[in-house]
Design a protein around this ligand. Structure first.
Ligand code: AMP
Length: 265
């Protein structure tokens, strides 16, 4: 992979990377299209990274369909699909610790997750050597952490966040939506987005008191809400007053499936 990248650089070509865990949907493909606008060549990585899953999470049953993924990526004109079977030494000593950024939002409920994410993304950066990397705003905390990582570790990589691609009823597309039963999919899953839109609408009408609006919005989801928070998009710390740019993010269980969503006011 690295040899290929070096050959491209010798020919003055730029490379954009789209890291994924596969089981691709329209959200992933939108990242590929955006990546193409920012570089000569697009590399998509598909790797279900074990170090970002907790011991009780869905690593072993995470959906996979590499044949279909390759077909979709070919149709998008992807230049290289990087599909390593393993990215780790048998014993690991080093990892990237995102500090207090991993204590907020999803990080509170997924200890070690963002350390796993930051480490694998840095490894992918080192192997693929992109000048541009494209991520989804769907994983807003992930993007905030990775953007900070590139800055603090002096990586010369342009970090781009792409808008969330949604189903017609507002549900954010996710590889995990395949876990949902038909009842969960139709009556429960979209209600996290309904709660977020309630806050956005209220903000549009001039309401800026975050604690009050969050309390009201928390009544809306029909699944088990794990958290709903309004935070500064960079520090991820809670804010009391909503302003343009405030990140409102939440996680909810629809049955056993954990769903996340967010909006930027
Ligand atoms: P994943 O395969 O779930 O790790 O996601 C790979 C990349 O696709 C991440 O940067 C995600 O934020 C992004 N992504 C996932 N779902 C969506 C979506 N519905 N819209 C936009 N980007 C997404």
């Amino acid at each position: 992979m690295t040899a290929w990248s070096n050959r491209q650089y010798r020919n003055n070509k730029t490379i954009a990377l789209v890291p994924t865990m596969g089981y691709l949907h329209e959200g992933h493909l939108s990242l590929v299209r955006l990546a193409k606008k920012h570089a000569d060549l697009v590399v998509v990585s598909i790797y279900v990274n074990p170090t970002q899953f907790g011991p009780t999470e869905d690593f072993s049953r995470y959906p996979r369909n590499i044949k279909r993924d390759l077909k979709l990526l070919k149709e998008e004109g992807t230049d290289v699909v990087f599909t390593p079977s393993n990215m780790y030494e048998s014993k690991i000593f080093f990892s990237i610790n995102p500090g207090s950024l991993q204590n907020e939002l999803c990080g509170k409920f997924r200890p070690g997750h963002f350390e796993g994410v930051a480490t694998i993304v840095l490894k992918l950066f080192n192997v693929i050597q992109p000048q541009v990397a494209v991520f989804g705003q769907k994983d807003a905390q992930q993007f905030a952490i990775l953007k900070k990582m590139t800055k603090e570790l002096d990586l010369d990589i342009k970090m781009i966040a792409a808008p969330i691609v949604r189903e017609p009823d507002g549900l954010a597309m996710s590889s995990r939506n395949v876990y949902l039963s038909s009842g969960e999919r139709h009556s429960v899953a979209p209600t996290l987005n309904t709660a977020l839109r309630f806050i956005q609408d209220a903000f549009g009408k001039g309401n800026t008191h975050a604690p009050l609006l969050l309390k009201k919005a928390a009544q809306i989801p029909k699944g088990k809400l794990q958290y709903l928070a309004a935070v500064d998009p960079e520090t991820l710390l809670p804010v009391k007053k909503l302003v343009p740019g405030t990140l409102v993010a939440g996680a909810m269980f629809a049955g056993k499936t954990r769903l996340i969503d967010n909006i930027t006011l």
